[in-house]
Design a protein around this ligand. Structure first.
Ligand code: SAM
Length: 346
């Protein structure tokens, strides 16, 4: 049957090829055809990213196995050696523990191998984690074993409605295609009864309690000046073709949504999460300066949330005093400056 169809279609295919070759012999038509081919190729690449690669890239190599620390991102990626120190998990866990003082239950979405879940459990919180990566969930940090599940933000997460006082999504929401962000935020809202805390690479004026963002490292180097010139009125998201690439030509670490603080804040509001600059200011003050500049953070609450969820926990206890480790905090402690520095200007 297939062979018969192929035989019948032969004259049409041959005729079309002949016609295309004659058209391509005209210089103007050849230029137009080349343009069409480039667009089709781009669309195929984008389509592949937004369907298959969106989830299939989070395998062993993403989490460091066989990865060259100096190779695919010129040494910039902490994931070449994914551990509690290089991933800043101790600081991330400490910040959640400290900031959401009235919270008992926490869900870390996009938890990878559960390093933050492990830290939170060590600090006495009832923490769970989920991730789209089967590999990550099957290779849990020791203290997170039994508390990680496979879950795709674009599906239904394996938890009841309102199951968690606090939901965190650290460096994860930018891995979703822009068109799917609202759906994912609605799913986070479903499982959250108190606060949502996210870190997302963002650009433009902060509008909350932390420093402004920028586009460097987030868009292709040759497009940085263009986006800087657009100024504060541009919200993004940055088109797929302008996203920063690794040496293979793939969006860096799978970052698909690069947008301004204003864009993300509006998306959070549409899903029922109100941003809390006062809480963000406290968080930024608990970060050493390098991390305060690097983490674009969003602290939000849902309507009617118990205010105790965002109450400061044990302000006297620094990260180092809790027995956690991080070279920058240890240096600050030795210098006698403690963790909490002066609140940044807003
Ligand atoms: C950059 S890593 C961040 C890991 C960890 N939160 C951290 O801060 O170190 C992004 C994580 O998001 C996960 N992820 C990507 N798309 C996801 C989705 N649709 N649903 C859940 N997790 C997703 C990846 O598997 C990966 O573990």
């Amino acid at each position: 049957m297939t062979a018969m169809v192929r035989r019948a279609a032969r004259p049409v295919v041959d005729g079309t090829r002949h016609l295309l070759a004659r058209v391509a012999a005209q210089p103007a038509a050849a230029r137009a055809m080349r343009r069409v081919v480039t667009e089709l190729d781009g669309a195929l690449q984008r389509g592949r990213w937004l369907s298959d690669r969106r989830t299939e890239m989070y395998e062993a190599s993403y989490f460091g196995v066989g990865r060259d620390p100096g190779g695919d991102r010129a040494g910039e990626s902490g994931y070449a050696r994914y551990d509690r120190i290089s991933s800043n998990a101790e600081v991330a866990g400490y910040l959640v523990w400290r900031t959401f003082g009235g919270a008992r239950t926490v869900l870390d979405v996009g938890c990878a191998t559960g390093l933050v879940v492990e830290v939170l459990r060590e600090l006495g919180m009832d923490a769970e984690g989920c991730d789209v990566s089967r590999y990550a969930v099957d290779h849990p940090a020791l203290g997170a074993a039994g508390h990680l599940h496979v879950g795709d933000l674009l599906g239904r997460l394996p938890y009841e409605d309102g199951a968690f006082d606090v939901v965190v999504a650290l460096e994860t929401l930018e891995h979703l295609p822009p068109a799917d962000v609202d759906r994912a935020l609605r799913e986070l809202r479903r499982v959250c009864r108190g606060a949502l805390y996210a870190t997302i690479p963002s650009f433009g004026p902060n509008g909350g309690g932390g420093p402004d963002g920028h586009v460097v490292g987030k868009v292709r180097p040759e497009r940085i000046a263009h986006y800087q010139a657009l100024g504060a009125s541009y919200d993004g998201p940055v088109p797929f073709d302008d996203l920063a690439r690794d040496v293979h030509g793939d969006p860096v670490e799978g970052h698909l949504t690069i947008a301004s603080f204003a864009w993300w804040t509006a998306r959070f509001a549409a899903a029922g999460f109100e941003r809390r600059p006062d809480v963000e200011r406290r968080m930024v003050a608990d970060l050493v300066p390098d991390l305060a500049a690097a983490w674009n953070l969003y602290a939000t609450v849902v309507p009617g949330a118990d205010e105790a969820v965002v109450a400061d926990r044990d302000p006297g206890r620094s990260l180092v005093a809790l027995g956690l480790r991080h070279p920058l905090y240890e240096a600050a402690a030795v210098a006698g400056t403690g963790d909490r520095g002066p609140a940044p200007a807003t």
